[in-house]
Design a protein around this ligand. Structure first.
Ligand code: GDP
Length: 334
């Protein structure tokens, strides 16, 4: 392992949040030399986690304004009070479009972000959504090596990022608010199907009563869906991130979920399936990255792109030529 990766690894293991932040930045970098070091660091961190108690990876989603930041802040503080160490990562599809970040613009989780025992990562600011989500699993592994035993991964609930996040966490939590159960508050049916737990947030004040009705509506909707897990049927809990109402109940439900999954062996199976899926995803990422760097391919691609746009060459034929050129160029290099 390079000195750089080793130093970061040592820092992360010692609980140095600065080292963890620098490690995640390395993981998010697109530079080839950074990626090499990042791979070393991630494998070292993955190895360090082996044999220790497995961390809980929990995805959390909901449309903007539903109260995700407020909820994570309150829930995270509750977890700290129970002796857990909590990391918070965010997958933010807005960065795919603008290079900026809507989540990063506001001061988020003021107490949690400075609390000992917590690490709150500002939103990623990288180019592609695929890249963001891909890095997120590596970032999760880094935080686990840092001793964070609960990792919350937040997404904004509007894009395809949910499915990607669902593929890298153990439990998926959907946040809704009271009312408008009919159109499911703009949440796509596909996202509902991913939920292991639905939290009806803002169940306080004037919204306390409507929250009961929403809970029943959501339970009915969930009953009509095919369960994702054999050892668990999705639950719906009313809570308030502001008053703290039922946050304990949410945690009990999370604990029960993991107990069921652990006892049934489904957790092991889930992780194994994720690992396998991830390996193949990495294979395509790596291949594509190498292909994009190949000067021979670049040269050919320039002409072919123009040909395809102009209609002179069908896209399928062009793709085949590009791959063939890459393979022959790779063969020459070995
Ligand atoms: P996000 O966009 O999903 O991260 O939502 P925020 O956490 O920024 O919250 C959006 C708004 O909802 C803010 O004005 C919060 O104060 C408010 N909010 C969040 N949680 C609750 C809650 O439990 N009860 C009430 N009444 N308001 C809440």
């Amino acid at each position: 392992m390079s000195d750089h990766a080793q130093a970061l690894f040592d820092g992360i293991r010692q609980g140095d949040r600065g080292a963890l932040a620098r490690g995640i930045t390395l993981v998010e970098s697109t530079r080839a030399d950074h990626q090499q070091k990042a791979r070393e660091l991630v494998s070292a961190c993955a190895g360090a986690g082996r044999g220790t108690r497995r961390a809980l990876r929990i995805g959390l989603t909901g449309t903007p304004g539903v109260g995700k930041s407020t909820f994570i802040e309150a829930f995270g503080m509750l977890l700290l009070s129970k002796g857990h160490r909590v990391s918070v990562l965010a997958v933010d599809p807005s960065s795919a479009r603008s290079g900026g970040s809507i989540l990063g613009d506001k001061t988020r989780m003021q107490d949690l972000s400075v609390a000992a025992g917590a690490y709150v990562r500002p939103s990623p600011s990288r180019g592609s959504l695929g890249g963001v989500a891909r890095n997120t699993l590596d970032s999760i592994i880094l935080t686990e090596a840092g001793g964070y035993d609960i990792c919350l991964v937040e997404t904004v609930g509007v894009g395809q990022s949910e499915t990607m996040v669902a593929d890298m966490v153990d439990m998926f939590v959907l946040l809704l608010q009271p009312g408008s159960g009919d159109e499911l508050q703009g949440v796509k049916r596909g996202i509902m199907e991913l939920a292991d737990l639905v939290v009806i947030n803002k169940a306080d004040g004037a919204l306390a009563v409507p929250a009961k009705l929403t809970r029943i509506e959501i339970m009915n909707a969930l009953h009509l869906m095919i369960p994702r897990r054999s050892s668990w049927s999705p639950k719906v809990v009313r809570a308030s991130a502001i008053t703290g109402y039922n946050l304990d109940r949410v945690w009990e439900t999370v604990e029960l979920y993991f107990t069921k999954l652990r006892e049934s062996g489904e957790w092991d199976a889930l992780r194994a399936a994720q690992q396998e899926k991830w390996m193949w995803r990495e294979v395509s990422n790596l291949l594509l990255a190498r292909l994009n760097r190949d000067p021979q391919v670049r040269l050919l691609a320039q002409t072919l792109e123009a040909d395809v746009i102009g209609g002179a060459v069908p896209p399928g034929i062009a793709a085949e030529q590009i791959v063939d050129r890459f393979l022959s160029s790779a063969r020459r290099q070995t």
